[in-house]
Design a protein around this ligand. Structure first.
Ligand code: AMP
Ligand code: MG
Length: 404
C-alpha cells in the first residue's frame, strides 16, 4: 500500500494545465484567466450624477436657500445640449453626464422646482463634487483589472463588460469522459436478471464532473471483455481531455480494464492506504489522463474527490486543487481502527451558529451503501490508530456545493 499523499502527488505531477483558448465573455463564467487583463477604457466614461436632482455651481448654494434659473434638462444617455453658469441650474437624472459649467448636484428632495417660473429653490448648501461620480473612479485605461489565474465570476465578467471586453483568454474546462465497466451492469431500466445490478456510478460521476464545472461526456457501458473496454478507452482518449472509468481496477479475475490499459497506455496500479477507495489506477493513453476509479459506488465517489477532482482542477488552471478540509466536532464516537489506513466516514451536519461544524456519523458505512454518501454533507477523516470520541475535533472534507 502507498500513502494517500504519494498517490495524490503521483497524479498531480502527471497532469498539466490545458492550453489557453480565446472565448466569448458569455462562455467564460467559472473559467480561469490565462492572461492578465488590462483596461483600455475609462469607467465611468464621463463625470455623471449619482442622484436625480439639479446640477448647480456649488458656490451658488453657499447662502442657501437660493433660487436659480433652470436652463435645461439632462437625461441618462444624452449629453447636455448647452453649458451653464453661476445663477443657473439644470434638471439632471441619475447617470446623466454633468453639464459643462456645473460642479455639483443637489438631490431632488432638497429642491422645489417651479416649472412655470422656470426656477428651482435650493434648500441646502452643497460642496463642489456633491453627488458627482468622476470619470475613471472605477477603472482607468492601463489598470490591471484581473491577473492571470483569476477564476471568473459574475462580478469579474461584469467589470470586463463595463470596459468593452468581449473575449478573454482562459483555460478551457476539461472535457471528461465517463465509462462504466462490468458484465453485471444494466443501464436500460429492464428487470434485473440474476446477478445483475444497475449502473449507478456513471450517473454519479457524470454529475460530479458537471458540478465541478467541467464538461462531462457519457462514454457508456463497457462489458468485461477486451474489445469493448479498448473501444471505450480509445474513444474517450480521442474525444476527451480526461477519462474516468469505474470498476475493474481491483483483483478480480475478469478485470480486463487492467489488461487493456497496460497494453494501450501507461498505467500505475495503486493500492492506497485509505478506506474506502483503496484500489486506484492512473495513467495516460496517448496524452490523455485516465483515472481508473474503483467500482464500489461510494469508493468511486471518494476516489473522485481525492484524486480526480484535484487533478481536473489543475488541468482547468484553478489556483486551489483541494480537497479543502476544515476542522469540525464529532458529536458521535467515530471509533478507532488499526488497519494502517486513513478512513473517510460519511457524516452529516453542518456549521452551528458560531460557524463551527458539528458532524454525526451516518448509518450504512459500507462502500456499496451509496445512500449514506448521498446524505453526507462531509467526509470525516479518521487517521489510523486515532480514537475519535464524541466531542472530539475531527478533520472533515465538506461535500457538494460547499466542497467545490
Ligand atoms: P469491480 O471493481 O469491477 O470488481 O467492482 C467492485 C464492485 O462495484 C462490484 O460489486 C461491482 O458490481 C460494483 N460496481 C462496479 N461498477 C459499478 C457501477 N457502474 N455501478 C454500481 N456498482 C458498480
Ligand atoms: Mg467489475
Amino acid at each position: 500500500m502507498i500513502s494517500l499523499d504519494e498517490a495524490r502527488q503521483h497524479v498531480l505531477e502527471r497532469v498539466r494545465v490545458a492550453d489557453s483558448i480565446r472565448t466569448p465573455l458569455a462562455e467564460a463564467a467559472g473559467l480561469v484567466l490565462a492572461a492578465d487583463v488590462i483596461a483600455a477604457e475609462t469607467v465611468p466614461p464621463f463625470d455623471n450624477t449619482a442622484m436625480d436632482g439639479f446640477a448647480v455651481v456649488a458656490s451658488d448654494t453657499d447662502q442657501a436657500p437660493v433660487t436659480l434659473e433652470v436652463v435645461g434638462t439632462v437625461a441618462a444617455g444624452a449629453a447636455a445640449d448647452r453649458s451653464m453658469t453661476t445663477g443657473q441650474a439644470m434638471r439632471i437624472m441619475t447617470g446623466a453626464p454633468m453639464p459643462p459649467g456645473a460642479d455639483a448636484v443637489v438631490m431632488v428632495e432638497r429642491t422645489e422646482f417651479d416649472e412655470v417660473a422656470g426656477t428651482v429653490a435650493v434648500e441646502v448648501t452643497v460642496p463642489a463634487g456633491n453627488h458627482v461620480r468622476g470619470a475613471g473612479e472605477d477603472v482607468r485605461p492601463g489598470d490591471l483589472l484581473f491577473a492571470a489565474g483569476t477564476t471568473l465570476g459574475a462580478g469579474h465578467l461584469g467589470v470586463l463588460a463595463s470596459v468593452g471586453v468581449d473575449t478573454v483568454d482562459v483555460i478551457p474546462r476539461p472535457v471528461v469522459g465517463v465509462v462504466s465497466t462490468g458484465d453485471e451492469l444494466v443501464d436500460d431500466g429492464r428487470p434485473l436478471a440474476p446477478g445483475e445490478i444497475r449502473d449507478s456510478n456513471r450517473r454519479t460521476l457524470l454529475t460530479l464532473v458537471e458540478e465541478s464545472g467541467f464538461e462531462a461526456v457519457d462514454l457508456g457501458l463497457a462489458r468485461d471483455n477486451e474489445p469493448d473496454i479498448e473501444a471505450a478507452f480509445r474513444a474517450g482518449a480521442e474525444r476527451c481531455d480526461a477519462v474516468l472509468s469505474s470498476g475493474g481496477v481491483s483483483m478480480g479475475a475478469f478485470d480486463y480494464v487492467k489488461v487493456v490499459l497496460d497494453r494501450i497506455g501507461e498505467m500505475r496500479w495503486m493500492q492506497i492506504a485509505i478506506k474506502p477507495a483503496k484500489p486506484f489506477a492512473f495513467g495516460l493513453v496517448g496524452d490523455t489522463p485516465i483515472f481508473g476509479l474503483p467500482g464500489n459506488p461510494v469508493s468511486s465517489m471518494v476516489s473522485y474527490e481525492l484524486f480526480a477532482r484535484p487533478a481536473l482542477r489543475k488541468m482547468a488552471g484553478r489556483p486551489s486543487l483541494g480537497p479543502i478540509t476544515r476542522q469540525g466536532i464529532s458529536d458521535d464516537p467515530l471509533g478507532r481502527h488499526d488497519d494502517g489506513k486513513t478512513h473517510f466516514l460519511r457524516v452529516d451536519g453542518g456549521p452551528d451558529a458560531a460557524g463551527r461544524w458539528h458532524v454525526r456519523k451516518l448509518g450504512g458505512q459500507g462502500s456499496h451503501q451509496l445512500t449514506a454518501m448521498a446524505r453526507a454533507t462531509a467526509l470525516a477523516i479518521v487517521p489510523d490508530q486515532v480514537d475519535i470520541q464524541a466531542g472530539d475535533e475531527v478533520e472533515i472534507i465538506p461535500l457538494g456545493t460547499v466542497g467545490t
